[in-house]
Write a protein that binds this ligand. Sequence first.
Ligand code: ADP
Length: 477
Amino acid sequence: MQTHNLIAGQWTAAADGATIDVTNPATDEVIASVPRGGRDETRYAIQAAHDALPAWRARPAHERGALLRTLASLMLRDADRLARLMTLEQGKPLAEARGEIAYAASFLEWAAEEARRVCGEMIPASTAAKRILVLRQPVGVAAIITPWNFPSAMITRKLGPALAAGCTVVIKPAESTPLSAIAIGQLSLEAGIPAGVVNIVTGTARQIGAEMCDNFLVRKLSFTGSTPVGRVLMQQASKHLLRLSLELGGHAPFIVFDDADLDLAAAAAITTKFRNAGQTCICANRFYVHASVHDAFVERLAAATERLIVGNGLGEGVNIGPLIDDKAIAKVEEHVADATDRGARLVCGGARVRVSGCADRFYRPTVLSGLAPEMKIAHEETFGPVAPVARFETEAEAIALANDSEYGLAAYFFTRDASRLIRVAEALDYGVIGANDAAPSTAQAPFGGLKHSGFGREGGHYVMDEYTEIKYISWGV
Ligand code: ADP
């Protein structure tokens, strides 16, 4: 297993040899160590990406696409190995890790096809003596910073379109999950993607991020992570007016109307709330249920929640793995304690679970009723397996409650009324809407947020805008 940084096609250590341990969150076992890179290593990687840029952008688009398709097929070939590696460093159940590898590969396949559809335009001029020709060209070197909750997919969602557009990249994965990133780097070389097109630097986030923003050779930064770090990067990016895509935090509402299919809604609630132990930016954070179906929904939700199996992600049949670290589980406890102190009722869960042979980092999936706006859990991302439920009386009230958030990433609602479906979807201030659907994210859709959830879209043909510049030629003939 490779554990070094990838710079100009070479596997390299940090200049001073410093390393960071990568630990298994389920057991605290050290599974590898990776370079503790900083400004210098990032500068070398940016230079390598810059040097590789002219040849890469000059490659015909269908060749770049073919290389991306090869990379996708290598990921699928190695799906079992990559999934196991992901579970070891991130903790999610193995079945979810396998699903993420397929999902990650789908972004590369999609981008491979989009590569050949980056088209310009000829616009009629106002005189017969001119033509106006619009070109779309790669922005140049793209910096990519990714989080730990989806260690592979958050990389390929950026890497695929960047390479398809003709950009070269420097990737900084999260400190806790560098191995999945390094494995993708290794496969990119095996796929035949030239040295320097994909570079990976692990290490001290603040230094790497600062160099990415200060270095004028970087022309694009795509970040997925927390809103506070997004703000820091936006400030730093102002120096060179660096183009940004920011996919930040979320606080998704989940509305169940009185005409909803309650079995469908309860099953969807389990999917969106408890996937990855609730550590996803689009997972439902707060449930609003019409008063007439509230008790029936909570009963179904609690029954399904109690059936979930908590354990080491490598274990057979496990649904909920560990939280990523001690801070994460402490935050979950704080949110549950704050909610119950302020009057919420514990329907099920509400405590840690000891898993034999494992670290004390597992939380029992939890349902709370009596959610109220003054509770922390109503506004702050919990990033854990807790489903707080409130009741509402009218559609207008549900929409107002749902929109009462600084975030605007994903929202879910369940109804069988087609008119209500479009009315509510239009009224929700969110970039991604799951209407009778708990899994809206897919390679062909334009994923992204509003308000403090950031800006820019990933997926679909829209993502190509993030990595291309528009230029026009006013052409006298
Ligand atoms: P999370 O809550 O998901 O850990 P973060 O925003 O802290 O979200 O982390 C997302 C990514 O941003 C990680 O790769 C992390 O190392 C990186 N990061 C954190 N702080 C900075 C920073 N100051 N500059 C650049 N990247 C950063």
